[in-house]
Design a protein around this ligand. Structure first.
Ligand SMILES: [Cu+2]
Length: 437
């Protein structure tokens, strides 16, 4: 396969965006589009993205799910914010195929709510042949009557900090309840990305069966038939749908999911699908999509505990904690040393745990092996639950992080930084330092 360099320019700015005929907002986003442009490349390509900041405040872009060098991860720990009027060039290889995304990682509760995200699709020769591919970025906005983002009084802000910000303006690809036309007789690949601040999206096609074929880190081993699947903030799921019958109509909806907040779970519609004329299919879906080698055995001992909790706080009323700290620093890990972590949630609400820069495999959830093996970077933790995960720190030393992907919880402290250390390089630095003196 020919490896190439793929170049994009993203300009972050404020612009007017129509969510529907009635609703227009002052969006913040990329290239005057919400979501930003779909970035497309092939596995193994080098991606170069020049980001220009024309917003009135600094920003940083995170490449969610990409196994890139720490210096390109786009967090406040790995780079200086891109100031208004400035540019930054991100450059990294794309080692994995799959459904990824980019989004602001600076003042996220404001910048992402206003639309600073887009998809990054990495294709592969292994991808099953389908008739059509679509990317669906799920979001919601909490807007005032004037269609702005004002946050409201102290109590509303407190509830938002506790629950995460959810609104009644439901979006697929930046549009409110769009109609999507498809053809009968076709097999399509739909790539779902949950880019909302806090909304749990329990995907349902009004009962129509679909096949799950990929998670955060690309294809799973075999298609898995389902009629619903939970996609939490940050997660991605690719499904195969169809073939549908001519004149069929249904909605892409989210079933009620109770994540134990003040907000009441509801069944909600995101888009309307209208099936048109029959078309011949060229789809070819192998029984085995790929092979995934297990990283670890279920019985291997845990070498780190990460506890997510919610506790009272004198200063903030309530704190969102990692190992009893807000904005925590966790111990370093060494390159090449297999990590077996137990992530537990001792709180009474759900949290989606996201690890930057590395994929993990779930070994157990509450002591039970998962239904199928997959690569993940974001995983939900229901109240009073735990997952045992395995991941391998490869040779990409630097400062990394993990956090709850409910943006308000992240902001309120449910995050930790940790260093990936290459012991050999560490030694080398010491030697050089000594030599200088
Ligand atoms: Cu959380």
């Amino acid at each position: 396969m020919q490896l190439t360099t793929v170049y994009y320019e993203l300009t972050a700015a404020e612009f007017n965006w129509k969510l529907s005929e009635e609703k227009e907002i002052k969006a913040w986003g990329f290239n005057n589009s919400l979501p930003g442009p779909v970035i497309k490349a092939k596995k193994g390509d080098t991606l170069i993205v020049k980001v220009k900041n024309e917003l009135p405040e600094p920003t940083i872009i995170h490449w969610h799910g990409i196994r890139l060098p720490a210096s390109m991860d786009g967090t406040g720990e790995s780079q200086k914010p891109i100031m208004p009027g400035e540019e930054f060039i991100y450059r990294f290889e794309l080692p994995d195929a799959g459904t990824f995304w980019y989004h602001s990682h600076h003042n996220e509760t404001i910048q992402m709510e206003r639309g600073m995200y887009g998809s990054l699709i990495v294709e592969d020769e292994l991808d099953p042949m389908v008739d059509e591919e679509r990317v669906f970025m799920i979001d919601d906005m909490k807007l005032t009557k004037e269609n702005d983002f004002t946050r409201g009084n102290f109590f509303k802000r407190w509830a938002e900090r506790h629950d995460g910000r959810e609104g009644d303006t439901l979006l697929i690809n930046g549009k409110e309840l769009p109609t999507i036309n498809v053809n009968a007789g076709q097999t399509e690949r739909w790539r779902f990305i949950n880019s909302s601040s806090a909304r749990y999206f329990l995907l349902h096609l009004q009962g129509r069966k679909f096949k799950i074929i990929a998670t955060d880190g690309g294809l799973i081993e075999e298609p898995v038939e389902a009629s619903r699947i939970l996609i939490t903030p940050g997660e991605r799921v690719d499904i195969l749908v169809g073939p549908f019958e001519e004149d069929d109509q249904f909605e892409i909806e989210s079933l009620p999911y109770n994540r134990m907040t003040f907000l009441k779970p509801k069944r909600q519609s995101f888009a309307k699908i209208v099936v048109g004329k029959q078309k011949a299919s060229k789809a070819s879906i192998p029984a085995q999509l790929r092979k995934i080698t297990p990283l670890a055995d279920r019985s291997m001992p845990i070498n780190r505990n990460v506890k997510l909790s919610v506790g009272p706080s004198l200063k903030n009323g309530i704190d969102f904690l990692v190992n009893n700290e807000i904005h925590a620093n966790d111990k370093p890990v060494h390159v090449g040393e297999l990590q077996i972590w137990e992530v537990s949630n001792t709180s009474m609400m759900d949290h989606p745990f996201h690890l930057h820069g590395f994929f993990f495999q779930v070994l157990e959830r509450n002591g039970v092996a998962p239904e199928y093996i997959s690569w993940k970077d974001t995983i939900n933790l229901a109240p009073k639950s735990k997952v045992k995960i395995a991941w391998m720190p490869d040779n990409r030393p630097g400062i990394w992080m993990y956090h709850c992907h409910i943006l308000e919880h992240h902001e309120a402290g449910m995050m930790a930084n940790f260093e990936v250390v290459d012991p050999a390089v560490g030694e080398l630095h010491k030697g050089q330092h000594h030599h200088c003196h």
